[in-house]
Design a protein around this ligand. Structure first.
Ligand SMILES: Cc1cc2nc3c(=O)[nH]c(=O)nc-3n(C[C@H](O)[C@H](O)[C@H](O)COP(=O)(O)OP(=O)(O)OC[C@H]3O[C@@H](n4cnc5c(N)ncnc54)[C@H](O)[C@@H]3O)c2cc1C
Length: 529
């Protein structure tokens, strides 16, 4: 049996590792086809200290059961006796977030309502009702169909939406899944205790050790190889992939697939059509390969039923409700970090997010534990942030965020932190920093309105040797925008096609008395938030 894996993001890499670990597939029988020149997909690490880094930011928790199960098998590159899961859990245990100032208003006053984050008891009952409502009855409904405007004006909503990405016009289905998954986080939404992050960027923390392990096991990587189509044989409705069409610089344009081979396809990417700018240039308006990350899904869905509907998540008309613009700032001086420490009272790396509530883009900042990049030169610092509403015009340049240069974004942030243009500290920070803006038009599309069937099952009906991976495939209960979800789809595809072990069950907060009690205490005012 050979395995052909389309997509070298975490899903594809995880699938290769699970095949080796759980099915005993020799690594040399596995090929990963990745359209980009680099592996890692959404877990990217671009740039350098001289030109400015570009990283994605990071949010996890302890219940990433599939991903941690896999990463227990993978040793870290720095400490061969320590596995990646252990490194991640130990770091978070020893360095929990303690966000002392999570939200500030336009006057830089801390915004915090210690009583239920501004929610009413009625809101609590509504959330409980939603948690207990069956997902099947929520098709096509939006979050704003369930809650009044007042709910969206609360501190709770700002904390929730800046941490999780949801907006009022997004699907209630995913919101309900997040609610059940994270109910136990309620008392800590402001401090972010129990929210985890990787010790350094996800590419070096997760992707590189996994690629090193796969390489050691003989897996074949084809970078710059775009799989444009699959051919099938059809025997009485049972469909078997027998050929891949691959666009690549070297190698034949087709690859023959035997009936007992398996093909695992990543159907899309939250990093689709990503484009980075520079300190002096906004991200280019057009990506180099528009639509490439979901092109194969589109082709398959047009030819066969049971492959769902990519147009629910991708396409120009989706961008307004799914775009984020992130920025990664590389600075050679300490001044910015000192300003933030003074403002928030949280030390570098322990503060979680700082949200500038009244900035038009609703900017959130994250001051990473340093170094964020392993070979970051001493005396350099890297921090990150994003705008939840990049479509709004900024205060200084009156432009949407995706049209701004790195310098314009940096000045806007400093302005909302009270550091006006021309002041010595402001100018020192600007001249010693490189801010790389990154336009991600589809990063938040996992929240778009959907109904059952829009995401295909991991193994679409009738397929004998094809499994689907990633964020745009349906698995019960779990939440997207997570590498946990990608890993779970890999587990499921291999289980269904090759009889691998089942994935660890999804944590269900609504069935965990400890988790429910934590949230209840918040609503009864018994917990200091
Ligand atoms: C900015 C950002 C921040 C994130 N933060 C977090 C976080 O903190 N925690 C978390 O758990 N998750 C986070 N995510 C989600 C993260 O992307 C996923 O967790 C995980 O990396 C997804 O892996 P994947 O393989 O499913 O998809 P991707 O990583 O998107 O990889 C898919 C890959 O498939 C390739 N591909 C697609 N079609 C083809 C084709 N036809 N031929 C060849 N190659 C193809 C693409 O080029 C891409 O490299 C974040 C994502 C982004 C973009």
């Amino acid at each position: 049996m050979k395995a052909h894996i389309v997509g070298g993001g975490f899903a594809g890499l995880a699938a290769a590792a699970l095949l080796i670990r759980d099915i005993k597939t020799p690594g040399s029988d596995i090929t990963i086809y990745e359209a980009d020149d680099k592996l890692g997909g959404g877990f990217f690490l671009d740039g350098d200290a001289e030109h400015g880094y570009n990283v994605p930011g990071s949010i996890f928790d302890k219940e990433f059961r599939c991903a941690l199960n896999l990463l227990e098998t993978i040793t870290t590159q720095r400490y061969p006796r320590i596995n990646v899961a252990e490194e991640f859990l130990t770091f978070n245990r020893e360095h929990p977030f303690d966000d002392l100032t999570h939200i500030v208003d336009r006057n830089l006053n801390r915004v915090h309502d210690p009583l239920r984050y501004g929610l009413t008891l009625g809101d609590g009952l509504k959330l409980a009702k939603l948690s207990l409502t069956s997902e099947a009855s929520l098709d096509g409904q939006l979050i704003r169909d369930w809650f009044p405007q007042r709910f969206f004006d609360t501190e709770f909503w700002l904390l929730w939406s800046t941490l999780m990405g949801s907006l009022p016009q997004h699907t209630i289905i995913e919101f309900r899944r997040y609610l059940n998954r994270f109910v136990y986080l309620f008392p800590d939404l402001s401090t972010m205790a129990h929210v985890f992050r990787s010790q350094f960027n996800q590419h070096e923390a997760f992707v590189e050790p996994l690629v090193a392990w796969l390489t050691k096991n003989g897996v074949n990587f084809e970078r710059g190889a775009f799989v444009s189509d699959l051919d099938f044989t059809n025997t009485s409705g049972r469909m078997t992939v027998n050929r891949l069409h691959v666009q690549r610089a070297n190698g034949p344009p087709t690859v023959t697939v035997a009936p007992d081979d398996i093909v695992l396809v990543t159907t899309g990417s939250q990093a689709a059509d990503l484009r980075a700018g520079t300190m002096d240039a906004a991200p280019p308006p057009k990506p180099p390969h528009p639509g490439r990350s979901w092109a194969l899904w589109k082709t398959l869905a047009a030819k066969h039923k049971g492959f769902g509907d990519p147009s629910v998540f991708f396409g120009d008309d989706k961008i307004l409700d799914s775009r984020w613009v992130t920025f990664t700032v590389t600075t050679k001086r300490q001044e910015f970090l000192d300003e933030i420490i003074n403002l928030t009272g949280s030390g570098t790396g322990s503060g979680g997010l700082l949200t500038l509530r009244d900035s038009p883009w609703v900017i959130s900042l994250s001051i990473f534990e340093q170094p964020e990049i392993l070979d970051q030169p001493p005396g350099t610092y890297v921090w990150w942030g994003y705008g939840l509403h990049p479509e709004n015009k900024g205060t200084l340049d009156q432009k949407p965020m995706n049209e701004c240069t790195g310098k314009e974004i940096l000045r806007e942030i400093l302005y909302h932190l009270g550091m006006k243009q021309g002041k010595p500290t402001t100018e020192t920070i600007v001249s010693s920093s490189i801010c790389i803006p990154c336009d991600m038009p589809y990063v938040n599309n996992i929240w778009l309105k959907r109904k059952r069937g829009d995401r295909p099952p991991v193994v679409p009906e009738g397929m004998t040797n094809l499994g689907l991976l990633g964020q745009y495939v349906e698995v019960e209960r779990d939440i997207t925008f997570t590498f946990e979800y990608s890993t779970r789809t890999a587990f499921e595809a291999i289980r269904q096609l090759k009889g691998g072990p089942p994935p660890p069950p999804v944590y269900r907060g609504q069935c965990d008395p400890g988790g429910v009690w934590k949230a209840t205490k918040v609503f009864l005012g018994l917990t200091k938030t």
